[in-house]
Design a protein around this ligand. Structure first.
Ligand code: HOZ
Length: 427
């Protein structure tokens, strides 16, 4: 495949945008080479500026669960745009999507819409602190909850990809209120709680992490966190920005049958437009302005175009529950196919999968950040570029999950598996 025009566009972009991109992971630094500039996308395919067609496994990092340019969402956005694109006043559609969300997701009574997953997690933590009157939070190494200050402490995703999991610019004062634990290590969490008794407002976690590649919760881990939170009056925040409306209609809470106190959303909830949200039971949400004292606001929050896209997407998912099984079946098929191909080599690897999230880690067992960073990045880079040459677009970093979309056909999956077989022989 030729990427001449992408390369020229990247050179031009770098003159005016830091690193040529508006979000670091897009820059390909983790895998080397230059990013591909996309022109358009439809269904499971990306079409780049050089005219290449690629099978897409990032789905815009999750939102495009039904494939790109899903016609009902496109139509809803066009229709809404004709009526005005922003008012800074309440609109009926905000209540419609709120009502639908509350009916789909367990354990929430009210929801507040914002513009990104970062905003949702940042606001959820402020709400938890205000509600409990405590300052500290526990987060897990390698989990990523957006780029707000409190979370850039051993963060995953682009932060670890670019070697700054603890970003300069985050003050010591902020950092000291973020306590670290290791994913899947319940005893470690107990120790952190013991050492900070009565001071912890919340534990925030990606119930199924995707930001150090996909990681699966060990049996009893999330339930154990729930019990610890109950015992110590700590709020459990599930960051379901990736898992919400992806693992099931009710997200990880539903699939894994664990109750969170506050849930954050992004990605699928916006149908491909910039939307985040956080939700909880009434007593917590009513602590938020204007009913309560915890302040949070946004000029474009609840934007009509974004709400129209989100509402159309969620309505479709609500009416087609079979999609979650269809996605999980496709992902399982891909898993088995890749496994067969990799088994035929002497590569060291592990494949983690849950629902429609999957990662190939080039190391043995991966169950937390320490084991994730053992992955052989040289092999990953070669794998990524080999797959790209075969017309398959994977996340350009080992510290990201792949996201399947339901527009992928079994023929696409077979092509992908065959490409893995071909590329694996060269690694
Ligand atoms: N938050 C996305 C999943 N890790 C990555 C998107 C980005 O950082 O651009």
């Amino acid at each position: 495949m030729i990427y001449k025009r992408s390369s020229a566009l990247f050179t031009e972009a770098k003159k005016y945008i830091p690193g040529g991109v508006n979000s670091p992971v897009r820059a390909f630094n983790a895998v080397g080479g230059e990013p591909i500039f996309v022109k358009q996308a439809k269904g499971a395919y990306l079409y780049d500026e050089d005219g290449n067609k690629l099978i897409d496994y990032i789905a815009s990092w999750g939102p495009m669960i039904l494939g790109h340019a899903f016609q009902p969402v496109v139509n809803a956005v066009i229709e809404k745009a004709e009526l005005g694109t922003s008012f800074g006043m309440p609109t009926q559609i905000e209540t419609e999507i709120a009502k639908l969300t509350v009916s789909m997701v367990p354990n929430i009574d009210k929801i507040r819409f914002v513009n990104s997953g970062t905003e949702a997690c940042m606001s959820a933590v402020r709400l938890a602190r205000g509600f409990t009157g405590k300052d500290k939070i526990i987060k897990f190494s390698g989990c990523y909850h957006g780029h707000s200050d409190s979370f850039l402490i051993q963060a995953g995703s682009g932060a670890v990809t670019f070697g700054s999991p603890n970003s300069p610019g985050v003050t010591q004062g902020t950092a000291k209120d973020t306590l670290l634990a290791q994913y899947n290590d319940l005893d470690g969490v107990k120790d952190v709680i013991e050492a900070n008794k009565g001071e912890i407002a919340a534990i925030i976690i990606e119930p199924v992490p995707g930001n150090m590649g996909c990681i699966i919760p060990k049996k009893g881990f999330l339930q154990g966190l729930r019990e610890l939170c109950d015992k110590h009056q700590i709020l459990l925040i599930f960051d379901e920005v990736m898992t919400g409306f992806r693992l099931a209609q009710g997200g990880a809470q539903e699939l894994l049958n664990i109750k969170a106190d506050i849930v954050t959303f992004g990605k699928v909830i916006g149908g491909g437009l910039p939307v985040g949200a956080f939700a909880a039971r009434n007593e917590i949400m009513d602590y938020l302005a204007p009913t309560g004292p915890v302040y949070q606001a946004g000029t474009l929050s609840g934007n009509p175009l974004a709400m129209a896209a989100g509402l159309t997407m969620l309505t479709f998912l609500n009416e087609h529950e079979g999609i979650f099984k269809s996605l999980a079946d496709k992902t399982s098929y891909l898993h088995k196919g890749i496994e067969n191909e990799l088994q035929a080599t002497d590569l060291t690897y592990t494949i983690n999968r849950l629902g429609s999230m999957i990662s190939v880690h080039f190391t043995e067992e991966v169950y937390d950040f320490k084991t994730a960073v053992k992955g052989n990045n040289k092999t990953f880079k070669k794998f990524f570029h080999g797959m790209l040459q075969e017309g398959i677009y994977l996340p350009p970093s080992a510290f990201e999950s792949w996201f399947l979309n339901d527009a992928l056909t079994y023929e696409d999956l077979d092509k992908t598996i065959a490409a893995v077989g071909k590329v694996a022989k060269t690694l």
